[in-house]
Design a protein around this ligand. Structure first.
Ligand code: PLP
Length: 363
């Protein structure tokens, strides 16, 4: 039997184990010093004023929406090609996601389609971009459009820790940004998330929202949630953040090896614009006969995944609520053709060389 090469694998070292042990020995397991330390390090890493640690990337998105605020009925322009959490956060506020097709090359929201959507929905309140698979969205055009039309800009950086657009880190372009530390992400805290912003007001509101709307101990001013991060999760995050540069570099080198050596004309490789540093949360190929390709990978011990088999507005939840009439041809085409192959930092040289051989031997 062949050992399967996993599509994702968290890399946990002795440093994380030691730090978690420190927390356990301290007996302060819930939110405390380790969380504050993680927040400070994360804000420093992004060179941004505020970072608030939360229990997940989804909680981070929800907290941002609530803090802006996004009200019931408000329209939020966003991509149909993402994990469902990005637009679910819009639904949590009773707001309406308006889906805008993607650029077929970058897989991110298309600035041209966004411009059209803004014309069609002049009452829209915000744009939520997702830097999908670790590639920054086209931020020059997006920032131009959001500024010109006075729209809030929210970045979903759940898959893009450390990715750069023209040398600038994603997460620093809009009003606020959300990161996820789910266990398959470029760095993890097990589960967890972070809200980053340079606005003191957004930061203040987010901090209340994630802690039962509390402004002072047992004084609850707004309806909030328990979205706090624990010291245990933060301990893992602190050590992982120190390794992010090295992890991303490894992913980039793996991807470069794929670009150089995958020669099979039956697969299309992902596109990286020159101005961006892609951090390859996923390495997503396209192919005509996906089922057959996945079978070939599986039979040869290469794990794969489909990110994503369906666009968000075609999910039952969204169909039932909104009965959309539009089409998103680029996103729908990609959903039919995409396959992710392992690119994570845990791959050995032998493994990524083997993966190339398997991809190239697909007929
Ligand atoms: C693009 C995107 N947005 C949001 C999320 C939500 O993050 P979490 O799983 O930490 O809630 C994820 C991750 O799963 C994601 O990939």
């Amino acid at each position: 039997m062949i050992d399967m090469i996993n599509i994702a694998e968290p890399q946990i070292g002795v440093e994380e184990i030691q730090k978690v042990t420190e927390v356990l020995k301290s007996k302060i397991l819930a939110q405390g010093e380790f969380v504050y330390q993680f927040e400070t390090s994360f804000a420093k890493f992004l060179d941004i004023e505020f970072a608030a640690a939360v229990s997940s990337g989804t909680a981070a998105l929800h907290a941002i929406m609530a803090a802006l605020p996004i009200y019931p009925g408000d329209k939020v322009l966003t991509t149909p090609f993402s994990f469902v959490a990005s637009s679910n956060a819009v639904l949590y506020c009773g707001a309406v996601p308006v889906f805008v097709d993607i650029d077929p090359n970058t897989y991110n929201i298309s600035p041209a389609a966004l411009e059209e959507a803004i014309k069609k929905h002049p009452d829209a309140k915000a744009v939520l971009v997702v830097h999908i698979f670790g590639l920054p969205s086209d931020m020059d055009d997006i920032c131009y459009l959001t500024k010109k039309n006075k729209l809030y800009l929210i970045e979903d950086c759940a898959q893009a820790h450390g990715a750069l657009y023209k040398g600038r880190k994603v997460g620093t372009f809009g009003e606020a940004a959300a990161f996820s530390f789910y266990s398959t992400k470029n760095i993890t805290s097990g589960e967890g998330g972070m809200v980053v912003t340079s606005s003191p007001e957004i930061n203040r509101k987010v901090r209340m929202f994630i802690n039962h709307g509390q402004s002072k101990k047992y004084q609850h001013d707004i309806l909030g949630y328990n979205y706090r991060m624990s010291n245990i999760h933060a301990a893992i995050g602190i050590e992982q953040l120190k390794k992010l540069g090295e992890f991303n570099q490894k992913r980039i080198l793996n991807a470069q090896y794929y670009y150089k050596n995958i020669k099979n004309k039956k697969v299309v490789l992902p596109y990286t614009p020159k101005e961006s540093t892609h951090v390859y949360h996923q390495f997503v190929l396209q192919t005509e006969n996906r089922k057959k390709f996945i079978k070939h990978l599986h039979e040869n011990g290469v794990g794969s995944a489909v990110h994503y088999p369906e666009i968000i507005p075609r999910q039952k939840l969204y169909r039932d609520r909104f009965n959309y009439r539009e089409k998103w041809p680029a996103a729908e085409k990609l959903c039919r053709r995409c396959v992710s192959i392992p690119v994570h930092q845990g791959l050995t040289e032998q493994q990524f060389r083997y993966i190339v051989k398997v991809v190239n031997s697909y007929a």
